[in-house]
Write a protein that binds this ligand. Structure first.
Ligand SMILES: [Zn+2]
Length: 225
């Protein structure tokens, strides 16, 4: 039951990625209906390692959120620079994981997903709400599924990397929530922000010696200001 659900999620993500790639010409084998029990190997062309598929799906999801955050930052740049800085810091957090995921995908001979297309930015309050929703989807739905795949395969490198997504996003979501409260109160969030160069942990307070998730030393954190 769990396996089937996860496969459907992954198949759906990959199919969506193929569709979003738009101008690509190689789509028909990917759009097979995910018939229960048939499994991804039935359609031909998708019978690759499920962990690699999960890494690619994580890469695509993080990349989509990063591009959205950069859009939100650009939209806020002139009137709300303090919010723009937060979006930029969160986008940098995504970028750290995108880079690490890309390296692991490359080491395993996988291809990187096409650049995802994302909707245009809206109002600042709507953009903040979207950032929270999109990050929650990653932290609570997608990454736990990906991690289950890696755990089943006892794939230590993938477990470590995918776990960062589960661990790091809740802190960023809390920071977005505080920023939304500040906006409602007619206030602004206050940086600077610090980003772990290994896992992308996003924080406003460097009150630790080592990253709580990956043990990178605090002095190696990047300052976004
Ligand atoms: Zn870290």
């Amino acid at each position: 039951m769990h396996t089937m659900n996860r496969r459907q999620v992954l198949a759906g993500l990959l199919a969506a990625g193929t569709t979003l790639a738009g101008c690509g010409q190689k789509s028909e084998s990917q759009t097979q209906a995910s018939a229960p029990g048939a499994g991804p190997e039935a359609g031909g062309g998708t019978s690759q390692d499920p962990v690699l598929t999960a890494l690619q799906a994580a890469h695509e999801a993080e990349h989509a959120l990063q591009l959205s955050l950069l859009n939100y930052a650009e939209a806020a740049a002139s009137d709300h620079p303090d919010f723009a800085l937060l979006f930029q810091a969160a986008a940098r957090s995504c970028e750290v994981r995108i880079s690490a995921l890309g390296n692991l995908i490359g080491e395993r001979g996988g291809t990187l997903p096409e650049e995802p297309q994302v909707p245009a930015a809206s109002t600042l309050s709507e953009n903040l709400a979207r950032a929270v929703d999109e990050a929650k989807d990653l932290a609570e739905n997608l990454y736990p599924d990906f991690r289950e795949t890696a755990v089943e395969a006892k794939d230590t490198d993938a477990i470590t990397l995918i776990s960062y997504g589960v661990q790091v996003w809740p802190d960023a979501i809390a920071i977005f929530g505080d920023a939304a409260d500040a906006l409602n109160a007619g206030d602004s969030p206050s940086g600077p922000y610090y980003v772990c160069p290994t896992c992308g942990h996003l924080t406003t307070v460097l009150d630790f010696d080592e990253c709580p998730y990956c043990y990178t030393t605090a002095r190696e954190f990047e300052t976004i200001e």
